[in-house]
Structures are given as structure tokens and as C-alpha cells.
Design a protein around this ligand. Structure first.
Ligand code: XMP
Length: 325
């Protein structure tokens, strides 16, 4: 595996890093140039957005792509957080486009590829053309690159390191100010930038969003099941205050025989995962209390239509990965 430049967390001076990156973005985009950012509300894209905003002010267009695969109310919540920071976010409705691209696709890497192409070849290219921007600013971090280059999974936002020139493939250049650091360092930079705790402590959420948590073909109905389960899981675990790195609900492809009101109910099974980790390279399942697990199972099978079985993952990464696809 090639070696990539890394600034280790103990070497990082956040103020110095911030000034350096603001200067770098200004230099690349030029005095009159324009850029767009792909904001998802996660800490990585939020930091990239604020660095870009400090460098370019209103020459930066901040976009949140609503791909229909996000958690409940996520587009509105992210737009509101940034509004309070003085940054206007344009929410782009691309729900139908993403579901159309995912139709009939069940292979994990093909699903990831369909999402990547819809983001970069369709949605971002359209926004570039309509806004006159020539640069896309995004929050790729070192771990994203390493996992993609190692062939573990194709992270949605990695190109140059696997031999794809974004300029040739999509017609615009990509700026990645965070590729030398990992998640724990990004959080440090986010705090130094004055981002609210809601952002600097935000749980990671993958670019392919809930599509990474549906095994097999992604449909609107399946996303709805994962979305509802995620709301219950996140609410309960937040109340519990586990301090976990990340938690998620996964919808399995196979159905199982359940029973309701004395009758057979052939329904869906969801798997819950909750990870302790520092930087997502390795992870162990959190030892959640039995009471909490029982409460989750009861609520999910009662409140999410179609689900008859709930399991909890007890495998470490490796050999598992954190997301399901
Ligand atoms: P895995 O599943 O590879 O996940 O163990 C490690 C961390 O990366 C996140 N993840 C992604 N993040 N684009 C991203 O920005 C992606 O395509 C992607 N896939 C996984 C995952 O949520 C976890 O935090």
C-alpha cells in the first residue's frame, strides 16, 4: 500500500492548520474563482465548508444534496445549524435521481458506484454549470483514502488516489483540505473553528448514507424501514449516553418467519451495530446493557412496520467492517 502524508493528532496545531488550509483554498480557486461544497452535516464536510467559507466568502456555494437516503429531517436540521453560523445552505432535491440510479442494483460496490456517479457526474456537475464554479471542495480524510486504495470498500469521495482524474471524469477540480488527517484530528480542527458541539462531536455518517445499511437492492420502502429504526436507535442511545463512536441499523435482505397475534408473519430482520473506536480503522462492539437491547427490540418490532426480528452485532472490525456494504 502506498504511503500517504499524515499529520498525526499530537503533531497537529489546529490554528496553524486552519490558516494554512484557508491560504491553500484561496490560492487554488484564485481571486475571482468560485467553488461549491458538498455539505452533508458530518464533521468532515462541515470543516471543509467553514474553511472554504473563510477563504472565499460568498464565492463559495454551499450545497446539501437531499438524496432521499438521509436520516429523518436531516436536510432541514443541517441547513438550520449552518444558518445560525451565517452560512446559507442550498438544499438540492435529487431524491428521484438517486432511487432511479439504485434500482435493480444489489452488489455492494456497484451500489457505491451508482451513488458516486449520481453525485459527481450528475448533481455536482449540474450545480457547477449553473453557478459558474470550477472547484468542488470536499472533506475526504486519510482513512477514506486508505480503505479505498486497499480495496476494502470504495468510499464515495475518493478519486485521484485510485487513478481517476476528476477534471477529466467530471469536468471540475476537487479540493480536499483534510486528506492528511483522521477523524479525531478533524474534530479538533472543528472545535478550533468554533463549530457547535452538535457538529464537532457528530457521529460519523457515510457518504452513501442509509444505502450503505440496506443489504441488497435499495428501495424507498427499505430506506423507510432503516430510517425509522435509526430514529429509534439514535434516540435511545443518545439518552443512554454510551460514548460510542458510531451506531447504526442495518436491514437484511432475507426475511424470516415471525408471529403476530397468533398468526404467521413473514417479515424483515434488522441488525443493530454499535462501535467503540478512535478513528474507524479498528473497532469493537460496545457492551450495551441487556435492558437497553430489550427495549430497542421491543420498540423496533412494535413501531417499525414489517420488522419481526432484531439482532445485535458482536463481531469486531476486522473481520467485519462498520457499515454493512
Ligand atoms: P467501514 O464500513 O469501512 O467504515 O468500516 C469506516 C468509517 O467510514 C464511514 N464510511 C464512509 N464515509 N464515505 C464516507 O464518507 C463512504 O463511502 C463511507 N463508507 C463508510 C463509516 O460510516 C465509518 O465511520
Amino acid at each position: 500500500m502506498p504511503e500517504f502524508k499524515e499529520i498525526k493528532i499530537y503533531e497537529l496545531d489546529p490554528e496553524e492548520f486552519i490558516n494554512e488550509k484557508i491560504g491553500e483554498i484561496s490560492r487554488i480557486v484564485g481571486k475571482n474563482g468560485k467553488a461549491i461544497t458538498a455539505l452533508s452535516g458530518g464533521v468532515d464536510s462541515s470543516v471543509a465548508t467553514i474553511l472554504g467559507y473563510k477563504a472565499l466568502s460568498d464565492r463559495l456555494k454551499v450545497c446539501f444534496v437531499d438524496n432521499g437516503l438521509m436520516r429523518e429531517n436531516e436536510p432541514e436540521q443541517v441547513a438550520l445549524i449552518f444558518k445560525k453560523l451565517g452560512v446559507t445552505v442550498e438544499v438540492i432535491d435529487a431524491k428521484e435521481e438517486f432511487f432511479a440510479a439504485l434500482e435493480g442494483v444489489s452488489d455492494p460496490e456497484k451500489k457505491r458506484e451508482a451513488i458516486t456517479q449520481t453525485f459527481y457526474r450528475n448533481v455536482f456537475r449540474r450545480v457547477m454549470e449553473s453557478s459558474g464554479a470550477r472547484y468542488l471542495l470536499q472533506g475526504t480524510i486519510l482513512t477514506d483514502i486508505e480503505e479505498t486504495v486497499a480495496g476494502i470498500k470504495r468510499q464515495h469521495n475518493v478519486f485521484e488516489q485510485i487513478g481517476i482524474d476528476p477534471k477529466k471524469a467530471f469536468g471540475y477540480q476537487i479540493i480536499e483540505p483534510l486528506i492528511e488527517i483522521r477523524k479525531d484530528s478533524v474534530r479538533k480542527v472543528a472545535k478550533a473553528l468554533g463549530l457547535p458541539e452538535d457538529i464537532y462531536n457528530r457521529m460519523p455518517f457515510p457518504g452513501p448514507a442509509l444505502a450503505a445499511r440496506v443489504i441488497g437492492e435499495v428501495t424507498f420502502k427499505k430506506i423507510e424501514i432503516v430510517r425509522k429504526t435509526t430514529t429509534i436507535l439514535e434516540g435511545e442511545l443518545e439518552l443512554e449516553g454510551t460514548g460510542a463512536f458510531q451506531y447504526m441499523a442495518i436491514l437484511h435482505k432475507d426475511r424470516v418467519t415471525g408471529m403476530r397475534n397468533g398468526k404467521r408473519d413473514f417479515g424483515y430482520q434488522v441488525e443493530l451495530r454499535c462501535w467503540d473506536s478512535i478513528d474507524a480503522r479498528v473497532a469493537t462492539p460496545t457492551e450495551l446493557s441487556w435492558d437497553l437491547l430489550k427495549r430497542l427490540s421491543k420498540r423496533i418490532t412494535t413501531e417499525v412496520p414489517g420488522v419481526v426480528s432484531v439482532t445485535y452485532n458482536i463481531t469486531t472490525k476486522p473481520p467485519s467492517t462498520m457499515e454493512a456494504i
